[in-house]
Design a protein around this ligand. Structure first.
Ligand code: FAD
Length: 380
């Protein structure tokens, strides 16, 4: 797929990531998926290339690119492995971005250079047993005690937590205030009272690792509060729109790989005296895949360009995330269908894409939550 709207710098960046993915990720993606282990060394490689800092300014250790380059990075990584892209996105668009947007100068200087160089890995912990789509239900409690906050509670389904060097955790500092009583905390090595469970078994995204984090009287210095007390989480929700653009880009990248897999298989598979791809139903399905993916990519690119121009982009990011991730689910399901029994086998890419796609509709605000956001902006 070519994109005539990309400028020469964006094309060069995309092609460099594409070549890296082809060499370093695609050949290993199935093995990593089956081994259910994240190849952590990749973080350092991506950091050395300057790509972890693609969306961050140079003064904090980034490479000053912006949302468009970041979307290109996510889309290309997801073509090789959505699970690898997921680990990178949680580290950059959530954990590191929260420190960048809400941290003070000292916190930024302490965390970001190593994080964007891939020397440390971050996770973002919001979800809990009782807090999913409804973000006001966070029960993890932080009570101020002298120069510390004392954290108690548990975070569920936290990507990268089995190997994270730093954690950005949402906790309630004033429960009766709901969303207006939640704060963000930076958890760092050496803090006592933090334990991480064994990685969970999942349907898809095999190579990404997630677990539960339990806080048992964990003392966190006041200096590790990120942003203002009580308003930290609300502010984070306003500024972490990069995550929705990233999720949209994953959907497009994953969907493109699924479409390419279908094109290759149906072109080589002879039935009724001709390649399967010559049958009209198959040709029309492939045409619909390409059309929907193109629409998803243009929505993603538009949201990223609006963000880079410094304009509000909440609606654009939600529309891109909603459309591109639902498109990915549709494309990956159709791709598995077109690849027949061969696609259903455990070693095939088609079944991996099919298992990986669904979570894109759940994380970073489910499709229903995106629709709520868009409807609210329509004034309805
Ligand atoms: C692979 C994976 C990785 C994850 N990584 C992280 C991570 O790193 N950090 C983190 O904090 N969390 C993570 N999560 C958790 C994720 O944030 C939650 O899955 C997400 O917030 C949705 O919550 P839930 O799954 O509890 O769904 P629920 O809240 O139980 O929702 C169930 C269904 O009800 C629908 N629903 C709920 N409320 C409404 C409503 N008001 N209107 C209409 N429909 C509604 C939802 O859309 C959904 O379809 C991860 C999850 C997965 C599967």
């Amino acid at each position: 797929m070519t994109d005539p709207t990309l400028n020469p710098e964006e094309i060069q960046f995309r092609d460099a990531v594409r070549a890296f993915v082809k060499k370093e990720i695609t050949p290993n993606a199935t093995r990593w998926d089956m081994e259910e282990r994240y190849p952590q060394a990749l973080f350092q490689k991506l950091g050395e290339l300057g790509w972890l800092g693609a969306a961050f300014p140079e003064d904090v250790g980034g490479s000053g690119g912006g949302s468009v380059l970041y979307a290109l990075l996510c889309a290309e990584l997801a073509r090789g492995s959505a699970a690898i892209a997921l680990g990178l996105y949680v580290h950059t668009a959530l954990a590191s971005a929260a420190v960048f947007h809400l941290g003070n100068d000292e916190q930024k200087a302490r965390i970001l250079p190593d994080a964007l160089a891939g020397k440390t890995i971050g996770c973002w912990g919001y979800a809990e047993a009782g807090a999913g789509a409804d973000i006001s239900c966070v029960a993890t409690r932080a009570i101020k005690d002298g120069d510390d906050y004392v954290l108690n509670g548990a975070k569920l389904y936290i990507t990268n937590s089995p190997f994270a060097d730093f954690m950005v955790i949402v906790a309630s500092t004033e429960p009766e205030q709901g969303l207006k009583g939640m704060s963000l905390f930076l958890i760092e090595p050496g803090m006592k009272g933090v334990s991480v469970s064994k990685p969970f078994k999942k349907l898809g995204m095999g190579a990404s690792e997630m677990a539960e984090i339990v806080f048992d009287d964990c003392r966190v210095p006041v200096a590790n509060l990120l942003g203002p007390e009580n308003y930290g989480f609300l502010q984070a929700l306003k500024v972490l729109t990069l995550g929705r653009i990233a999720s949209a880009a994953f959907g497009v990248g994953l969907g493109r790989s699924a479409m390419e897999e279908s094109i290759d298989y149906t072109a080589g598979r002879m039935q009724a005296g001709k390649p399967v791809s010559r049958h009209q139903f198959v040709r029309f399905t492939l045409a619909d895949m390409a059309t929907r993916l193109e629409a998803g990519w243009q929505l993603t690119l538009h949201a990223a360009r609006v963000a880079d121009a410094g304009h509000p982009h909440d609606k654009e990011a939600s529309m891109a995330k909603l459309f591109a991730t639902e498109t990915a689910t549709w494309v990956c399901e159709r791709a598995l269908h077109l690849c027949g029994a061969q696609g259903y086998m455990r070693e095939s890419n088609a079944q991996r894409f099919y298992r990986d796609c669904k979570v894109l509709e759940l994380g970073e605000g489910t499709s229903e939550i995106q629709r709520e956001t868009i409807a609210r902006m329509l004034g309805v």
